[in-house]
Design a protein around this ligand. Structure first.
Ligand code: ADP
Ligand code: MG
Length: 241
């Protein structure tokens, strides 16, 4: 019965998601369409606006292919969290340097093994670190720390000294397409949360405007901690039952 209710919720969420996706793509497409109806050649300004719209749509589609991947069956395994963090930092390094931002990471746990899908978690980490860089000013630092959170979870803390968010913004950050950026997709955190909860983890965030933001990602240290199962974990459980 629980599983059936969950599936219904999922279907409703999917319907809502598709409706807002359609909404997001309609406006830029309409302005691009009007481009073809112009009698004279478009000026430089309009060209740039249209270009920005196309880029935003491509960004959304790019992020959506990540959603598709994040919906692939989870193949959970034990992996070493410090290696994943190190790799994520390496990938983000050039982007951080471009913004004049330093990324530091420390390991405050002796056992850093985690149980889940390493490459999916990597995607979530990249989204969250990317946001931290984008919120930061040149000279700021991003601190990433791995620590134990009880026996069952590892926590990854990602702290920036950037612009921060007020309460109203904090309530919307996981909504698909919520963005405050000119070229944002608003999908990064929605996808990251789906990934982390799909592995039996959860996320917390605290932030204050002008001071910075702290994301805390809780991830299971061993098998059997799936407390918030995704649809695919359900299916697996049903088959096993
Ligand atoms: P996008 O980055 O494309 O805007 P996200 O889903 O990644 O979409 O983030 C949604 C919004 O949450 C961002 O536009 C920004 O307003 C806010 N946000 C996310 N991370 C941070 C952060 N570290 N500091 C300040 N604001 C953030
Ligand atoms: Mg983002």
């Amino acid at each position: 019965l629980n599983a059936r209710m969950y599936m219904k919720e999922q279907a409703a969420a999917t319907g809502e998601f598709i409706a807002s996706l359609a909404h997001e793509l309609r406006n830029p497409l309409a302005s691009i369409y009007s481009f073809f109806e112009l009698d004279q050649a478009p000026d430089q300004q309009l060209k740039q606006e249209l270009r920005a719209e196309v880029e935003r749509m491509l960004g959304i589609l790019e992020a959506l292919s990540a959603v598709k991947r994040s919906d692939a069956p989870i193949l959970p395994h034990l992996y070493q969290m410090d290696l994943v963090i190190r790799q994520a930092v390496e990938v983000m390094q050039p982007y951080a340097e471009k913004h004049g931002v330093r990324i530091q990471h420390t390991v405050a746990a002796s056992d850093v093994s985690a149980y889940g899908d390493r490459s999916l978690l990597m995607q979530a980490l990249l989204n969250i670190i990317k946001n931290a860089v984008e919120a930061s000013a040149a000279g700021d630092e991003i601190r990433i720390r791995i620590a134990p959170a009880g026996e069952r979870y590892l926590v990854i803390e990602i702290q920036d000294q950037g612009e921060g968010m007020d309460q109203e913004a904090l309530e919307k950050i996981y909504e698909p397409f919520y963005t405050t950026k000119e070229n944002g997709t608003g999908l990064g955190l929605a996808i990251s949360r789906q990934i982390i909860e799909g592995q039996g983890g959860h996320m917390e965030v605290s932030s204050s405007p002008g001071k910075g933001t702290l994301f805390r990602l809780f991830l299971p240290r061993k098998a059997g901690v799936f407390n918030l199962p995704s649809n695919r974990v359900h299916r697996r459980n049903e088959r096993a039952a």
